[in-house]
Design a protein around this ligand. Structure first.
Ligand code: R5P
Length: 314
């Protein structure tokens, strides 16, 4: 039997770690993180963690590279402090979109992340809605992937009359995922055929599969980064007769001009989760946040007890 649960937060999203602690009824483990003038990072675990079941909470968000290094250093510090088991909790997985070698001489960086986490000493990973399922297979240690769909669907059902809505996959990749939302909400779906030229952040919508005319369109996506996909899909749906356009996405990366683009767009609302912190300038009225911290707390408790995580979704 493993000793107590220890929740350790990196610098990325301490508020999320605190919410997890509240749900679990535990105190956050004291740590200190220092950045020297030479940019080296030092992490010290300030409490005894011998034989403990340690969970390090660190979603990927800006500054991404510093966050990754801090996470690896924290795992290493826990290892050397004799934690019995270390779970890297990555509500948003770093470099998840670099998951394949689709151009010559590029890195499969999500795979590199898996290797780095294992090398640092992680025994398990807990994450949410990976950009693509193959990332789970990059690891040789157990990876539990939580799903935000049940929480987002509950929020949508409770906050809106969904009777004349149609769910829209912002691209063909998302089309596989949207079925889960459609089943839960009992709504029809449509799919935008989106194309990108290379790595640019200017996707083009070229066709619509399904019908949105006279309906309220709700775009579903795993993440909003630059907002390019969302803006293109929203304009395309309006052109095809949608009476209003909204969006729901799991991970609010909201990089570059994304928030300003959302503010200036005809999108009525954008529902996201709190896997990534929203800095004050990103907190605008149009963006509704649903917390997934209770689900993460439940999963942490289940991992600790050795009980089923899939039962959390039923
Ligand atoms: C694409 O495959 C994903 O599902 C998202 O649509 C994409 O990552 C969003 O990126 P951006 O907001 O930069 O268009």
């Amino acid at each position: 039997m493993l000793d107590t649960i220890r929740i350790i937060s990196g610098s990325a999203h301490p508020a999320f770690a605190d919410q997890i602690c509240r749900h679990l009824g535990v105190e956050r483990c004291k740590t200190r993180s220092l950045r020297f003038s030479n940019e080296n990072i030092l992490v010290q675990i300030e409490e005894n963690v011998r034989e403990s079941d340690a969970f390090v909470i660190q979603p990927s968000c800006a500054p991404v590279s510093d966050g990754i290094m801090e996470l690896l250093i924290t795992i290493d510090a826990l290892k050397h402090a004799s934690a019995k088991r270390i779970t890297a909790v990555l509500p948003y997985f770093p470099y998840a979109r670099s998951d394949k070698k689709d151009q010559p001489r590029i890195s499969i960086t999500a795979r590199l992340m898996a290797d780095l986490l294992e090398t640092a000493g992680a025994d398990r990973v807990l994450t949410m809605d990976l950009h693509s399922p193959q990332v789970q297979g990059f690891f040789r240690i157990p990876v539990d992937q939580l799903r935000a769909a049940p929480i987002l669907c509950d929020h949508l059902r409770d906050s809106r009359d969904l009777s004349d809505y149609v769910l829209v996959a912002g691209d063909v990749g998302e089309a596989k995922e949207i079925g889960g939302y459609a089943n839960r909400l009992n709504l029809p779906i449509a799919i935008v055929d989106k194309r990108r030229d290379g790595d640019d952040e200017k996707p083009r919508a070229v066709a619509l599969i399904g019908d949105v005319a006279g309906k309220r369109a709700l775009i579903i996506d795993d993440e909003i980064a630059s907002g390019g996909t969302l803006m293109e899909a929203a304009a395309f749906l309006q052109k095809h007769g949608a009476v209003s356009v909204e969006a729901a996405a799991v991970h609010p990366v909201l990089s570059g001009q994304a928030v300003q683009r959302i503010a200036d767009s005809p999108l009525r609302s954008v529902v996201v989760t709190d896997t990534i912190p929203l800095t004050p300038e990103k907190q605008i009225d149009k963006i509704e946040v649903c917390s997934v911290s209770q689900l993460f707390a439940g999963a942490i408790q289940a991992i600790h007890n050795g009980s089923s995580i899939s039962s959390l979704f039923r």
